[in-house]
Design a protein around this ligand. Structure first.
Ligand SMILES: NC(=O)c1ccc[n+]([C@@H]2O[C@H](COP(=O)([O-])OP(=O)(O)OC[C@H]3O[C@@H](n4cnc5c(N)ncnc54)[C@H](OP(=O)(O)O)[C@@H]3O)[C@@H](O)[C@H]2O)c1
Length: 261
């Protein structure tokens, strides 16, 4: 799809990556329906001059929020849904209560599936349409200290691939983009400290937004951002034991950082 013909519902538009994506997408001429929960941050999102855009305050962890977003999307005549809203959930599973785990499952996995399902009949009626899911490297390299988060992103990756196969005879494209760490507020201070200790690279939201727009422009369906993360994701697919052994050497540091928060 040519992005200057796109009318996009972008969830998580108030976040670090969302704001950068709103700027990058608006520069292509796309029209934007920007969704988030925080009204002040929604009002402050910067888009290119002349952009056709509007904002929507909705809590996507709630059924009413999903319904409101789907209604607004039909009203705005969207032909692209970008499921970007998400939260982190760093910690050792046995030290976490159920509420943070339930929350990350609801926001990172359940809400994109619900919103997609609510919008599919509308998107199917468009001459061309796309569903774009923002996953994570941890969806392909499930990481110690991120068990529930990794499960949501692996689930989102599987959802993207299954839906793409289910819609293969339709005009709806399904795209999955998996960034590595990004410099945003999603990462708790302990995660940033762990990334520094492990020398894990963290990208700017602007660089990731540019990569996502390039993926859409080039009509690619799958994109993993960063090297060696791309290599390790591929390796984990057929030799997970190698990744088990590599991560075992980092476990003490991961435990120490997880317990420090
Ligand atoms: N940061 C990273 O290291 C990293 C790495 C790989 C992938 N990702 C993925 O990139 C995406 C964007 O993350 P980010 O780094 O930009 O995080 P962020 O800065 O913390 O932004 C998160 C966004 O999600 C929204 N959100 C959270 N809970 C919501 C809810 N219940 N209903 C509606 N919206 C909700 C927030 O809205 P409000 O602020 O308005 O509540 C905010 O717009 C996520 O899917 C994340 O998993 C991030």
């Amino acid at each position: 799809m040519q992005l200057n013909h796109a009318r996009i519902l972008l969830t998580g538009a108030t976040g670090g990556l969302g704001q950068a994506l709103a700027g990058e997408l608006s520069a292509t001429g796309a029209a934007l329906l920007l969704s988030g929960r925080n009204a002040e941050r929604l009002a402050e999102i910067k888009v290119a001059p002349g952009t056709d855009y509007t904002t929507l305050q909705a809590d996507l962890a709630r059924g009413e929020g999903i319904a409101a977003a789907a209604t607004a999307a039909r009203h705005f005549r969207v032909n692209m849904l970008i499921n970007n809203a998400g939260i982190g959930c760093f910690g050792l599973l046995e030290q976490q209560g159920w509420p943070p785990v339930e929350k990350v499952l609801a926001i990172n996995l359940e809400s994109p599936i619900r919103l997609t399902q609510a919008l599919l009949p509308w998107l199917r009626a468009q001459p061309e349409a796309a569903i774009v899911n923002i996953g994570s490297t941890f969806g392909s390299i499930p990481f110690a200290g991120f068990a529930a988060y990794s499960a949501t992103k692996a689930g989102l990756r599987a959802f993207s691939q299954a839906l793409r196969r289910e819609l293969a005879d339709s005009l709806i494209r399904v795209v999955h983009v998996a960034p590595r760490a990004i410099d945003t507020a999603l990462n708790a201070p302990a995660v940033n400290a762990l990334n520094r200790y492990l020398k894990s690279h963290s990208d700017s939201p602007e660089a990731v937004a540019a990569h996502i727009v390039a993926t859409l422009r080039n009509d690619r369906s799958e994109s993993h951002i960063g090297f060696p993360e791309r290599l390790f994701a591929w390796l984990n697919g057929f030799a997970p034991g190698l990744i088990d052994r590599g991560l075992a050497g980092k476990l003490a540091a991961i435990k120490q950082h997880a317990s420090s928060q």
